[in-house]
Design a binder for this molecule. Structure first.
Ligand SMILES: C[S@@+](CC[C@H](N)C(=O)[O-])C[C@H]1O[C@@H](n2cnc3c(N)ncnc32)[C@H](O)[C@@H]1O
Length: 276
């Protein structure tokens, strides 16, 4: 049997702590993950042991430590053009449809609601630059949000390692939109300037957000319990403009959670619209 140095009581405490702040559910069997991520935080904060860290958390006085622990429990896995097809649909169907609509304000709002280190919103920005550069006069806004302050800072900075760049970024786009920065590459300012980044927790009250044409809510609801997913979808519904689109991760759906969404199969992928 595998044994962990994190006690059952401490694991239960961390589980509740993380769930109440982020809705992320840490199932049994995640002890190893929790322990290794807590140890990283302890090291960073120069704390002697896991026990000292948990003791400090229980005292509840150190807000920055609390944030670091929740941050450490997020899974930030992402890549450029992740799963490809949702971005093909965006280019081939969703954006042409929105640009062709009677839109007197000529305004396009896109939200990447759990954007991790920025690959998703920057992919959207590259699609706009590459294929819709002639939409002069349109007010185009991309908003990237994430619970993790560290990820939001990384996204804003836009600096990526070779390994990260190799995950899904076509060579042509790399040459065109990145510049060398030491051993890494930084996405050019013209793309960074297209995105507004904000730290935001999807399970706490939402700040004012403008109505959205397209919402990317990909690979984040998988971590949440059904009642949390329902509440997020309820808010998404009110935030989408009429005819707006919701894109979820491949393992996510609105089915059995909220039937006011119409499920649309396009180009062998699924997207969602609020029923009219
Ligand atoms: C697996 S990444 C997905 C990134 C990107 N959407 C994609 O599909 O490649 C999940 C992201 O959700 C964020 N996250 C987790 N809980 C969250 C919450 N309660 N509010 C906002 N973001 C959250 C994590 O910090 C993480 O960066």
């Amino acid at each position: 049997m595998v044994t962990f140095s994190i006690s059952r009581t401490d694991f239960e405490f961390i589980r509740e702590f993380v769930k109440s702040r982020s809705a992320i559910v840490l199932d049994d069997g995640k002890e190893y993950l929790v322990e290794s991520r807590l140890l990283q935080v302890a090291r960073k904060e120069s704390l002697d042991s896991l026990e000292v860290l948990i003791q400090k958390l229980r005292l509840g006085l150190d807000k920055s430590l609390q944030e670091s622990v929740v941050d450490a429990m997020t899974t930030n896995e992402t890549s450029w053009f992740r799963d490809l097809r949702p971005f093909e649909i965006l280019r081939e169907k969703i954006l042409p449809e929105i640009f062709a609509r009677n839109n007197p304000q000529a305004e396009l709002n896109i939200w990447s609601a759990a954007c991790s280190s920025g690959q998703e919103p920057y992919t959207i920005a590259m699609i706009l630059k590459e294929h819709f550069a002639n939409k002069h006069g349109w007010n185009i806004n991309i908003l990237g949000c994430d619970l993790s302050g560290e990820m939001v800072s990384r996204a804003k900075e836009g600096i990526y390692s070779k390994l990260e760049l190799n995950r899904g970024l076509p060579a042509l786009l790399m040459v065109k939109y990145f510049e060398q920065e030491g051993r890494n590459a930084r996405i050019k300012k013209e793309l960074r300037d297209m995105i507004d980044y904000r730290q935001m927790n999807l399970v706490k009250p939402w700040p004012y957000l403008p109505k959205m044409d397209v919402i990317f809510l990909r690979n984040v609801m998988i971590y949440f319990a059904p009642e949390v997913k329902r509440e997020i979808l309820r808010k998404i519904k009110t935030l989408l403009k009429p005819g707006g689109y919701l894109l979820l991760g491949a393992a996510e759906t609105t089915i059995n959670l909220d039937d006011s969404f119409e499920v649309m199969r396009l180009n062998r992928t699924t997207c969602y619209k609020v029923r009219e």
